[in-house]
Design a protein around this ligand. Structure first.
Ligand code: PXP
Length: 243
């Protein structure tokens, strides 16, 4: 199981002073040296953390895979088609949210998603759709031609008690099985940390976990190289070996 490191919150810290450091581009280099498998960032419409400069530089410096998270806003689409990351992950975006709150409603927005999917794929960019572990969203993701889905693990991560946690975990397991059975490739992420990641690693078929906040928070204490290495080790230790 691969690890994608989201570097948005390095930029959050930089933007606190609108300064030059810490630089998410430098952070991404160290994360790659520590063994991560891809670099993720989210260019939001309000530019609250990642800036255009970061996206263009990351395209030049990332040596693993560059995965740009984005909403389907005209100006961001233009930038994405210019930058040509290896992959885009389409997410819903609301200005007032602290972070991406829910999955994309592929059923409701299928026509527009399909239209842009073709544009991205025509430019050699793989497309992943960030969705809830919901069968109708999975079916529609397949119908519109997504290469990957990324299952939203936020409800699992935020569960208030064990019962709720296992209920959410079960939804992710069933969603993964179903998505794979209809020919989709599956990633997962959101809210994963050093404690709750273990259960997700045991799910057969998930290819990659995208993790940001917990790794960047830990890196304040131990440095990003060590924080990424520790997460990688936990994933390797917990992963089902018959995957
Ligand atoms: N995957 C997606 C699609 C996201 O939007 C985010 C948050 O930017 C993440 C993964 C990473 O979430 P977290 O920062 O909670 O680890």
């Amino acid at each position: 199981m691969k690890l994608g490191v989201n570097v948005d919150h390095i930029a959050t810290l930089r933007q606190a002073r609108r300064g030059k450091y810490p630089d998410p581009v430098e952070g991404a280099i160290l994360a790659e040296l520590a063994g991560c498998d891809s670099i993720v960032c989210h260019l939001r419409e309000d530019r609250r953390h990642i800036q255009e400069r970061d996206v263009y530089l990351l395209r030049k410096t990332v040596k693993t895979k560059f995965n740009l998270e984005m909403a389907l806003h005209e100006d961001i689409i233009k930038i994405a088609l210019d930058v040509k990351p290896d992959q885009v992950t389409i997410v819903p975006e609301r200005r007032e949210e602290l972070t991406t709150e829910g999955g994309l409603d592929v059923v409701r927005f299928s026509e527009i998603i399909k239209e842009y999917m073709k544009k991205f794929q025509g430019n050699g960019i793989k497309v992943s759709l960030f969705i809830e572990p919901d069968f109708s969203q999975i079916e529609e993701s397949k119908r519109v031609g997504a290469d990957f889905i990324e299952l939203h693990t936020g409800r699992y991560a935020d569960a208030k008690n064990e019962d709720e946690m296992y209920k959410e975990l079960n939804k992710i397991i069933k969603a993964t099985e179903y998505a794979i059975s209809i020919g989709l490739r599956v990633n997962a992420g959101h809210g994963l940390d050093y404690k709750n990641v273990g259960n997700i690693c045991k799910i057969k078929g998930i290819e990659e976990l995208n993790i940001g906040y917990s790794i960047i928070c830990r890196s304040v204490y131990v440095g990003i190289y060590q924080a990424v290495k520790e997460m990688k080790e936990i994933i390797d230790k917990n992963e089902r070996k018959d995957n």
